[in-house]
Design a protein around this ligand. Sequence first.
Ligand SMILES: NC(=O)C1=CN([C@@H]2O[C@H](COP(=O)(O)OP(=O)(O)OC[C@H]3O[C@@H](n4cnc5c(N)ncnc54)[C@H](OP(=O)(O)O)[C@@H]3O)[C@@H](O)[C@H]2O)C=CC1
Ligand SMILES: CC(C)(CO)C(=O)C(=O)O
Length: 300
Amino acid sequence: MKVAIIGAGAVGQLIASFFAEAGMSVTLVVRRQEQVDELNTHQLTRMNVDGTTTIHMVMATTNLATLPPQDLIVLAVKYGHLQKLYEQIIALSKDTPLLFMQNGLAHFEEALRLPHNNIAFCSVAFGARVLGQSTVQHNGIGSCKIAIGRGQQQAFQQVLQLQNRLLPIDVVEDAEQMLFEKAIFNSLINPLTVVLQVKNGELVTNQQAFLLMQTIYKELTEAFTNIEHTISFNDVVDLCRKTAKNTSSMLADRMQGRKSEIDTIVGVILSKALANGHNLPTLRTLYHQVLAIEESGERS
Ligand SMILES: NC(=O)C1=CN([C@@H]2O[C@H](COP(=O)(O)OP(=O)(O)OC[C@H]3O[C@@H](n4cnc5c(N)ncnc54)[C@H](OP(=O)(O)O)[C@@H]3O)[C@@H](O)[C@H]2O)C=CC1
Ligand SMILES: CC(C)(CO)C(=O)C(=O)O
């Protein structure tokens, strides 16, 4: 099976490593020739959660259009980078299945406007951190939920059948609900890690951070009454513990001085809550704090 993964950041490199391990022929599509050279010279290294290292051979290119027809295209860039990619994706065969791996919700409707016959969404609960252009740290095992947005499950069968205890795959029915639930988790974790500049685990061990997370959970469950039945506060604590050593993707953005995904994650949740008549004051404050940090252009 030939898979092209666009974006060789934390998630792209991690997924590429597991796919290569499963015998797939993986090409990472990157935007810097320097990273192509690095991947070709050093291959792809995964630092596992148990401290071991796994190295796999993958191909790399800066030019998606030059690749032969692929059996799957995975989009593993941040939400803000999708816009530029849509044009290149539209030029590909409509029969090529597409798998979107973004956190947040804003990409859901955009992706479904593409003309492709098979489109799936993925929501991951693992932690991943880029250590270099060809090295990724797996920072916590977590499920990889996949839901079909359009088309046939069959088109994604080889990924759905992946069996690796380090990357458990679950098929989920409702893609939009899946992304909404993940955005709830991310709203509880990511902005707090940015403002406090802490790894996920500290949200549980630091009493004041924990209190803030509880307050946000309470606000969210008042705005979305069904959440309590699908996401318990313990589930959130569990995710923080499982990814304790991870720098959240949003904090990683702050550390690199990059614009974060605050709008597609927290912004969308705040809008939905407001439509239900709820202001979510604590989460809203964090939202503006993250935006203020971005506006200041600081690089910590
Ligand atoms: N990191 C984590 O632990 C988790 C992340 N996620 C989600 O996964 C998604 C990806 O995040 P993550 O991997 O952390 O992000 P990263 O910032 O680590 O990686 C994104 C990569 O996309 C590359 N990129 C951007 N535009 C293009 C393009 N046009 N062509 C090729 N490559 C491109 C960037 O390249 P360059 O290096 O040149 O800038 C970068 O390497 C996000 O939505 C995030 O929220 C979900 C769960 C966990
Ligand atoms: C799963 C988690 C919380 C891992 O840090 C994540 O989704 C992120 O960092 O964006």
